[in-house]
Design a protein around this ligand. Structure first.
Ligand SMILES: [Zn+2]
Length: 131
């Protein structure tokens, strides 16, 4: 078996679809501009493959998790990438965007209620900061 054959026999790690082009989640920058390698560890021994739809949802899930992690830090008084009003504003916009996309298509990877809850917490925080 060639490597290419292996790639073509792969199934989507998100929904299990075996048809259509699969994309390996690429390295890049996360929502906060940090080098991103959490889903494909440095050695890349078990790369994940996603169909187009799951690949998009995986990005939403990634941003949601990052924003939630930073907001949790902020809430507990640690230094956080969400400590400034601009960052909070930007995170709210992104969560709204994620929420809209989930409302249109749904996702197996991300719960729309979780996104709404986090957005609510950010709005409360932003209001407190502005006041
Ligand atoms: Zn999929």
């Amino acid at each position: 078996m060639t490597e290419q054959a292996n790639a073509f026999s792969a199934k989507c790690d998100g929904c299990g679809a075996g048809t259509g082009p699969l994309m390996k989640l690429s390295m890049g920058r996360d929502f906060f501009g940090r080098a991103y390698d959490r889903l494909s560890p440095s050695a890349d021994q078990s790369p994940k493959w996603y169909c187009e739809s799951c690949s998009m949802h995986k990005n939403l899930q990634r941003d949601f998790r990052d924003i939630k992690a930073e907001f949790d830090k902020l809430s507990s008084g640690q230094s956080s990438d969400l400590s400034g009003p601009e960052q909070l504003q930007r995170a709210q916009l992104r969560l709204r965007e994620i929420s809209t996309i989930l409302g249109q298509s749904g996702s197996k990877l991300l719960n729309a209620a979780d996104v709404s809850a986090l957005l609510g917490r950010l709005q409360t925080q932003a209001a407190a900061t502005a006041g």
